[in-house]
Design a protein around this ligand. Structure first.
Ligand code: HEM
Length: 390
């Protein structure tokens, strides 16, 4: 009689994935975890972390086993309170949460907005190109992303200003308990209150995405723009300029051949995934590269680590605008694939193209500082000196 050998035990690690030092530069820790295994038990957090590209992609495309319906947070109490949202439902309920947003953000629907978004991008690039120096977050990425999203949703000036800070802080609600988590809760309430207030007649500009949602009795879905749509895009754009300041030869390539802009932006997203992690709950025992994860396990999906997997991307820490890594996982995969990715790409392509026409190079000034956020990875501040193009 033959008996099947038991699956190998899951490797484990005592690392604190949310310490300030890891959050400031998580990549060496991710490399260690990937070396340990495709799935690693994080003892301090009671989680199974998916670390390698293939494991993360497989989980994201298997919603039946890696379910979102019991929440996407690390903290059990937060999962209990998350309620049914676009992010925290599985098919078929998920489709109803997603339908209107997906139509509003389809590439076809956004094509009609390209002209004014490109105009906004040129104005933003003009504002920084001639300056002695500027902060890539405060002076460029944040005002630009807010202008585009605010106009698209049809928000008045007073109704948009606080949104980037709320969006950034609210993401900490997906992380572990502690100061950052506690600080996120008022921001979540502010975002929800904001969306509810937009239902008042005259609060959103007629003919915009926001007005359409209000008219359809779906004002609360405005939060699907204001929460996931701001901090992520700001981080991506700021990371792009930061990377070009540190790799001038890559900026020269883009300026020499602007058709590289889309590939360059995908490479930025691969290197610095703005959302590093969310969680899933296993509904059944799952085999991850031969290792069994029991049913009912809270699983951390590490997009940020998958994108640096040396098994998928040769020299994964190297910034190479010609790599064109369109298979990266920064926008997720499967049923929850980011519906805002067309907008994020349109915005970033327009801005990088406008900058390439106006700026010969960016010189870094001082040290850049990354923000400590439990889920996002983005810059708090980074100053550069632009050299205007001749
Ligand atoms: C560079 C910018 C962005 C990045 C990196 C990003 C990343 C992501 C990721 C990784 C997910 C998948 C979550 C999961 O697997 O559970 C997601 C979902 C989502 N994103 Fe984005 N996002 C970006 C921009 C946007 C924008 C501009 C919007 C809206 C205007 C948006 C709205 C959403 C929504 C509503 C979901 C939930 C979709 C669902 O659960 O079906 N995102 N995003």
């Amino acid at each position: 009689m033959s008996t099947r050998p038991p699956p190998p035990a899951c490797p484990s690690s005592g690392i604190d994935l949310w310490s300030d030092s890891v959050l400031a530069d998580p990549y060496p820790t991710y490399a260690q975890l990937r070396e340990l295994g495709a799935v690693v038990r994080l003892e301090r957090h009671g989680l199974y972390a998916l670390t390698r590209y293939e494991a993360v992609r497989a989980a994201l495309t298997d919603w039946q086993t890696f379910s979102s319906a019991a929440g996407n947070c690390v903290e059990p109490a937060a999962n209990a309170q998350q309620g049914a949202s676009i992010l925290s439902t599985d098919p078929p309920a998920h489709a109803e949460h997603r339908r209107t947003l997906a139509a509003q953000l389809s590439a076809r629907s956004l094509a009609a907005e390209a002209t004014w978004i490109e105009r906004t991008a040129r104005a933003s690039a003009d504002r920084v190109a001639g300056r002695a120096s500027f902060d890539v977050v405060a002076d460029l990425a944040r005002p630009y992303a807010l202008a585009v999203l605010g106009d698209l949703v049809g928000l008045g000036d007073g109704d948009r200003e606080p949104l980037p800070a709320w969006s950034e802080r609210a993401f900490n609600a997906f992380g572990p308990a502690g100061e950052r988590f506690t600080g996120a809760l008022p921001a979540v309430a502010d975002l929800m209150g904001h969306a509810a207030a937009m239902a008042e007649p005259g609060r959103t500009c007629p003919g915009t995405r926001g007005a359409e949602l209000v008219e359809g009795g779906r004002a609360m879905e405005i939060v699907n723009y204001t929460w996931p749509g701001l901090a992520t895009t700001i981080d991506a754009i700021a990371s792009a300029v930061h990377l070009f300041a540190r790799h001038p030869e890559q900026w020269d390539l883009v300026r020499g051949d602007p058709s590289l802009v889309p590939s360059a932006f995908e490479e930025v997203l691969r290197l610095h995934a703005p959302i590093h992690c969310f969680t899933r709950l296993t509904t059944a025992p799952a085999l991850v590269e031969g290792v069994e994860v029991p049913a009912g396990s809270r699983v951390l999906v590490l997009y940020g680590s998958a994108n640096r997997d040396e098994r998928r991307y040769p020299e994964p820490d190297r910034f190479d605008v010609t790599r064109d890594p369109t298979d990266h996982l920064a926008f997720g995969r499967g049923v929850h694939l980011c519906p805002g990715m067309n907008l994020a790409r349109l915005e970033a392509h327009a801005l990088l193209t406008a900058l390439a026409e106006r700026v010969e190079g960016f010189a870094p000034v001082g040290e850049a500082e990354w923000m400590p956020n439990s889920v996002l990875h983005g810059l708090r501040t980074a100053t550069v000196t632009p050299t205007p193009a001749a």
